[in-house]
Every structure is written in C-alpha cells, then in structure tokens.
Ligand binder design. Structure first.
Ligand SMILES: Cc1cc2nc3c(=O)[nH]c(=O)nc-3n(C[C@H](O)[C@H](O)[C@H](O)COP(=O)(O)OP(=O)(O)OC[C@H]3O[C@@H](n4cnc5c(N)ncnc54)[C@H](O)[C@@H]3O)c2cc1C
Length: 381
C-alpha cells in the first residue's frame, strides 16, 4: 500500500498468485479439504512459487516482501486451497524465532522454504489456552541439555511436522518471563504424537504432542531463556490479520457462489436475487467482509511502517472470522438444501472458518487487547 490502496507491484503480484492458484491449486482442492494429511506435491508447488520463503532471508532461499504483499499471498492461497494459506506463516515465524541461532537457520530454513520440512508452533495445553503465560510444560536445565516434560494440544501441522517450536517454563516462578522457546524435532526420544479429530482444518491437522523427559541440547534454545513468550506475542500481531484474511477469503468465495446461485435459481417464477430477503443479505455480507478485509490490510500496513498495531491486529482477529462465519452461513442458506450437502464446499468452508474464531486467540481475548489499549490496563482483567 502506498497511499490508500495497493501499489501496482502488489496488484501484479496478486494477479500472478491468483493465476497460479487457479491453475495449480483449485483442481482437487474440494476433495483435499476434507482429507487428513498434507499433500506434499501441493506444498512443493507453493514452495516453487517462493511463497513459503516470503520475508525469509535470501541466503536461506527466501525473498523479500512487504507485510501487505504477504497478506495478498495468503489471501489468494486461501481462495484456492485453504490449507496452503497456512504455509507462508511457517517461513515467517521460523525465520523470526530462529534468528539468533545461525546453526538452526542453516539446518532448517532452506528445507522449510522448499517445502521439504514442516514445523508447528506448540503453545496450548490441556489446562491452558487463552491464559498462555500459565503453561505447565517444564524445561529443566541439566548441564548442556534441557529436559522437557509436558503436553501440548491442538497443535496445527502437529501430526506431520518435522519439528515443533515449543514453549516451556524454564523459570516457573517468573510468569511469562519464565517461558522459553525450543526447537524440538518430533522424532526426538520421548516425543509422542496423536491426531485430534477436528471438524475442520483437516489437511493441516491438529495434534497432541506429549513430552516425556525429552532431552533437548542447549543449542536448540531459540533466543534467550525467558524471552520465548514475548517473541511469540510479537508474531501474533502478524498472524492475527492474516488469519482473518484467510477466513475472509473463504467468505468472499462463498459470497461469489451465492451471487451466481441467486441469479440463476428460480423460486416463485423469478430468480432468488430479485427478492430483497436474499439480495440484501448478500449486500450486507459483502459490506462487512470488505470492511474487515480493509482493517486487516491496514494492520499489515501499520506493521510495514513500523507503527504500533497490536490493537488493530486484535480487532482484525475478532471481526474477520466473525463476519466470515456469518457470510458463509448466509451463503449456505441461500443455496438451500444443496448448500448443506457435501456436494458443495460451503459446509466445509463454514467448518474451516469457525476454526479461525478460536485459533491464535478467541474474540474475547482480542477484545481484552483492544480494551487494554483503549480504556487502560486496569479494565482488561
Ligand atoms: C483450528 C485451531 C488451530 C489451532 N492451532 C494451534 C497451534 O498451532 N498451536 C497452539 O499452540 N494452539 C493452537 N490452537 C489452540 C488455540 O490457540 C486455543 O484454543 C485458544 O488460544 C483458546 O484457548 P482454549 O481453547 O484453551 O480456550 P480457553 O482459554 O479455555 O477459553 C474458553 C472460552 O472462554 C473464554 N475466555 C477465556 N478467558 C476469558 C476472559 N479472561 N474473558 C472472557 N472470556 C474468556 C474464551 O474466549 C473461550 O470462549 C488452535 C486451535 C484451533 C481451534
């Protein structure tokens, strides 16, 4: 974004990604959406376009991109095959969290960028989700290793990931300042995984990862001890607007389907679109989706300018998925019984979009962030 709107370069990039998505990702996307497991050939195609390497340093195979351009890539991927839109974030959060560890960067980043390796981010636990500073997983120093014990739940990409960026308490008395981040290969002795059956996000998958005295060399500590929580929180300021864009892309597709269906389907002697009960609903949803989408791009633009954007990112994350779920639900109803059938992608999109209402922080937690900034810390308990 230069002034208000996208730059010529960003529009060109959008067209390029859209063409790729239409040719390479749309065929078979509906079938893949309900099936567990990452199709590696598709991951490699996305990697081949350089999209997992956005903002990863060039020496590891990445390419520079401004934050708005990253949003464009993710939004366009979500229009083609929802699960692929989760891939660019992998490169971004990995290169950020590995930043201070050259050996890990060299070992992992080129493979992530090429789509040969996958990582997951493991924070949530059975007793702790929103209140993430209270995680129970422990990392106890034993000479040159840390010994990790605990359990992580609902971890996206967890069933197939080659490693977890995993958060554990190195100092349980220090609150969030006692949380450190580690890179834990999922084939480490003491790590076990099982898949959690979820209503959506099937190709991405969610895992339970159990750590039973897992010995992690000190070299796999990411950044400094006690700085893990702060590091992941700054990443949420980026992931929240892009998660919202992913949900909104599903909504936009559903609205496009609803528009053409309403124009063609006849009821009581005329197209559905001639009834205000149908067309006004579409008009409202188009308005809400566009408003939320612009909020997301503004948050990314603020990030690009180096301006504060935690509040704006939180706004995107509660509003985007909410209006997306509403728009998909309305579009499904506009299709009547066929919308409810598995023949149509609407029910799958609805299930996937609801996941965005929870992942990376619920609406209530996002509103607490807005309240903290707008009203003051004392009102955000
Ligand atoms: C699709 C999906 C993907 C995910 N991927 C990952 C991942 O890759 N890595 C990972 O670590 N986690 C992941 N998660 C977990 C996710 O981050 C948590 O589910 C989320 O943070 C909420 O935590 P919780 O489920 O424990 O809910 P809880 O924290 O138990 O909250 C339950 C309900 O209470 C409300 N609530 C809680 N506290 C307050 C409060 N103070 N005020 C008002 N209301 C409150 C919440 O809004 C929510 O509605 C994923 C979840 C989903 C659904």
């Amino acid at each position: 974004m230069g002034g208000f709107g996208f730059t010529e370069q960003q529009e060109m990039f959008r067209r390029e990604v859209r063409n790729f998505v239409q040719k390479e990702l749309l065929p078979g996307a509906k079938e893949r959406a309900g099936v567990a497991g990452i199709p590696r050939d598709i991951v490699r195609k996305v990697a081949g376009m350089g999209l997992i390497g956005l903002r990863v340093p060039e020496k590891y195979g990445g390419q520079p991109a401004d934050w708005v351009t990253v949003g464009i890539a993710i939004e366009e991927l979500a229009r083609g095959d929802f699960f692929t839109s989760c891939l660019p974030t992998q490169g971004i959060f990995s290169s950020y969290l590995f930043e201070k560890n050259e050996a890990i960067c060299e070992e992992w980043l080129p493979a992530i960028v090429k789509g040969e390796r996958t990582v997951c981010l493991a924070l949530t636990e059975s007793e702790v989700g929103s209140d993430a500073a209270n995680i129970k997983t422990r990392a106890v120093r034993d000479g040159d290793v840390y010994v990790l014990s605990g359990e992580k739940l609902s971890i996206s990409f967890g069933p197939w990931a080659d490693a977890a960026i995993l958060f554990a308490k190195t100092d349980p008395k220090a609150g969030f300042r006692g949380i450190s981040a580690f890179l834990v290969p999922t084939n480490s002795p003491g790590v076990t995984r099982s898949t959690m059956p979820m209503m959506g996000w099937r190709p991405v998958g969610q895992a339970i990862i159990t750590l039973d005295n897992v010995r992690v060399p000190r070299g796999r500590l990411l950044g400094e001890e006690g700085k893990g929580f702060a590091a992941v929180m700054t990443q949420f300021d980026f992931t929240r607007p892009v998660l919202a864009l992913q949900a909104l892309a599903l909504a936009q597709l559903s609205l496009e389907d609803a528009i053409s269906y309403a124009q063609q389907r006849q009821a009581f002697g005329q197209p559905l679109a001639k009834y205000e009960g149908v067309s006004f609903k579409i008009a409202e949803d188009l308005t809400l989706v566009e408003a939320a989408r612009l909020l997301c791009y503004r948050a990314l633009w603020l990030r690009e300018q180096g301006l504060p954007h935690s509040k704006e990112s939180a706004m995107c994350k509660w509003l985007g998925p909410k209006v997306a779920v509403r728009a998909i639900h309305d579009s499904l109803l506009t299709h009547g019984h066929v919308g409810y059938s598995e023949e149509y992608p609407l029910q799958q999109r609805l299930k996937d979009a609801i996941g965005f209402e929870i992942a990376d922080g619920t609406a209530e937690i996002m509103k607490l962030i807005v309240v903290r900034e707008a009203l003051g810390k004392e009102f955000a308990k």
